[in-house]
Design a binder for this molecule. Structure first.
Ligand SMILES: [Zn+2]
Ligand SMILES: [Zn+2]
Length: 121
């Protein structure tokens, strides 16, 4: 499962994962997949891309972090940007407002380098 999410650069939807699991393992029910995903999300190696309702492997599973994601609007590729300064700024700003951050991921949409010059290659 973990390798499955890590395997591609594109975020995987829960049902994509389920489909792959079904091919590999007969009888994998949706609740099993969701439980596994929740476990991975809580343990840190997988992030949820809220705007895509999809999951992507974390590039820094050892360290707790919110993570920033650059999501391409054309090809759907998601790159994780781990800038501690951004994390810290969010947490400090939130703390200043008396707010405790539970889920600090930032999703930035735009164009990946490949899609910016689709013609040139
Ligand atoms: Zn991460
Ligand atoms: Zn792209």
């Amino acid at each position: 499962m973990l390798q499955l999410v890590w395997g591609g650069h594109k975020p995987l939807g829960a049902y994509d994962i389920l489909d792959t699991l079904k091919r590999e393992r007969r009888g994998a029910a949706p609740p099993t997949v969701y439980r596994a995903l929740v476990f991975l999300l809580q343990q840190g190696p997988v992030h949820r891309i809220e705007s895509r309702n999809a999951f992507v492997g974390c590039c820094l599973p050892e360290t707790p972090h919110g993570g920033q994601f650059l999501i391409c609007l054309v090809c759907g590729l998601a790159a994780e940007l781990n800038d501690v300064r951004i994390d810290t700024a969010i947490r400090n700003g939130a703390a200043g407002a008396g707010f405790v951050v539970a889920h600090g991921a930032i999703e930035v949409e735009g164009l990946c380098p490949h899609c910016q010059d689709g013609e040139g290659g």
